[in-house]
Ligand binder design. Structure first.
Ligand code: ADP
Ligand code: MG
Length: 388
């Protein structure tokens, strides 16, 4: 599998920027969530994989205790003294990389005696397309600083540091799925994560041998306005759990849904039913993958989409169109992915059908007067690593 960025290119970027060679290069991928949507904050199950789009960070020592970070994505570098690291010390894009440095210290790493570093970032993870460019930048910086400073934190601890940076420094109330996928992913494998115990299992997908790829269909519908919708769904889940007398919806089974329907108002019930059936679909998809191979998971992807469209009500016409057009052109399965209200859909597609599916999706968007989507294939790739 060829990664678009190589270490030499990233090192060259650092040298051009800072006028000296870096001491090391690390990278971490974005991710796609194959199945398990809005289950993470309900203590449930998710099954994402790391993708072959990466954020690369080249790092070089400084003579002082300053951290400086630059990115091909932003015009100006941002600096902060190690002593001044704090949740409100940085804002904007630099909150991701510098927030990780703060979070590492918050997780117990002793940064009192480390030297400052210059960091230079380059990435081919599309930003804001639901592929978690944010986890890619956090995890690349986390593995780089952990190894360079000899902090000795393991990958689950680095995932927590990335999440802490995103929650407290960036201020986004996200779960730990993205960082887990970015740190633990492996080539042609998914990361099955229990969001209650944080146990993670790397499970072979077998897509490569089966001649399958995942197409990402970025609708370009912005989900920036979705904060209210996301918060409302979380509130519904909490209300449903409270009414049913459980800690979280993880504790409700499909067999309990008849009782839930009798006890909850219609809207809360449908929110609950999405989460409960989605958890079951993740378990079923993982079992089916193991027992019957990758082409067997299509119906779970399709059912996940229907549940998000009708019960959780987080789809939009562009996502429904992408899913229906992909299915109509022969995709094994398709669903919207991510938080909803826009963003991307995914379709599991046989290699030979990629042109047909792509064309059908484009034509369906054009026929409805929607903005042209960006369609591209992703493969499950290795998680965060040292590149040079
Ligand atoms: P997503 O994670 O879905 O791509 P987010 O809004 O969570 O979208 O994160 C995107 C933000 O992360 C960007 O707006 C930027 O602030 C930061 N970011 C991501 N990649 C980079 C990069 N290579 N360089 C600088 N900042 C980045
Ligand atoms: Mg993100």
């Amino acid at each position: 599998m060829s990664d678009r960025f190589d270490a030499a290119e990233a090192a060259g970027g650092f040298t051009e920027y800072y006028g000296r060679a870096p001491g090391g290069v690390w990278s971490a991928p974005g991710r796609v969530n194959l199945i398990g949507e809005h289950t993470d904050y309900n203590d449930g199950f998710v099954f994402p994989f790391a993708i072959d789009r990466r954020t690369v960070v080249a790092l070089g020592d400084r003579d002082d205790q300053v951290l400086r970070v630059s990115s091909t994505f932003a015009p100006d570098p941002v600096s902060v003294h190690l002593d001044d690291l704090a949740p409100d010390a940085v804002s904007g894009w630099a909150a991701y990389p510098l927030g990780v440095a703060w979070a590492l210290r918050e997780s117990g790493a002793d940064l009192a005696h480390v030297r400052g570093v210059d960091l230079h970032l380059a990435s081919d993870v599309p930003i804001g397309a639901g592929l978690s460019s944010s986890a890619a930048i956090e995890c690349a910086v986390a593995v780089a600083l952990n190894e360079h400073w000899g902090l000795g934190l393991d990958r689950p601890a680095l995932a927590k540091a990335g999440q802490l940076a995103e929650n407290r420094v960036v201020g986004a109330p996200t779960g730990i799925m993205d960082q887990s996928a970015s740190l633990l992913g492996e080539a042609d494998a998914g990361v099955f994560l229990d969001c209650r115990s944080l146990d993670a299992d790397v499970i072979p997908l077998g897509f490569r041998d089966a001649g399958l790829v995942v197409l990402v269909i970025d609708t370009h519908v912005s989900h920036a306005h979705a904060t209210g919708g996301y918060a409302a769904r979380r509130a519904s889940c909490e209300a449903g759990a409270r009414a049913l007398g459980v800690d979280s919806l993880r504790d409700v089974r499909v067999a309990d849904l008849a009782r839930a329907e009798a006890e909850l108002d219609d809207e809360t019930f449908r929110r609950v039913r999405h989460v409960v059936t989605e958890n079951q679909r993740v378990l079923d998809a993982v079992r089916s993958l193991r027992e019957h191979g990758p082409a067997s998971i299509g119906p779970f992807l399709d059912a996940s989409h229907v549940s998000m469209r009708d019960d959780f009500e987080i789809s939009v016409p562009e996502l429904d169109t992408a899913v229906e057009a992909a299915q109509g052109a022969g995709a094994v399965g398709a669903r919207m992915t991510g938080g909803g209200f826009g963003g991307a859909a995914i379709a599991l597609v046989a290699d030979a059908l990629v042109p047909d599916v792509t064309e059908s999706v484009r034509a369906a968007f054009a026929a409805r007067g929607f903005r042209e989507p960006t369609v591209f294939a992703v493969a499950a790739a290795q998680g965060a690593r040292r590149d040079g």
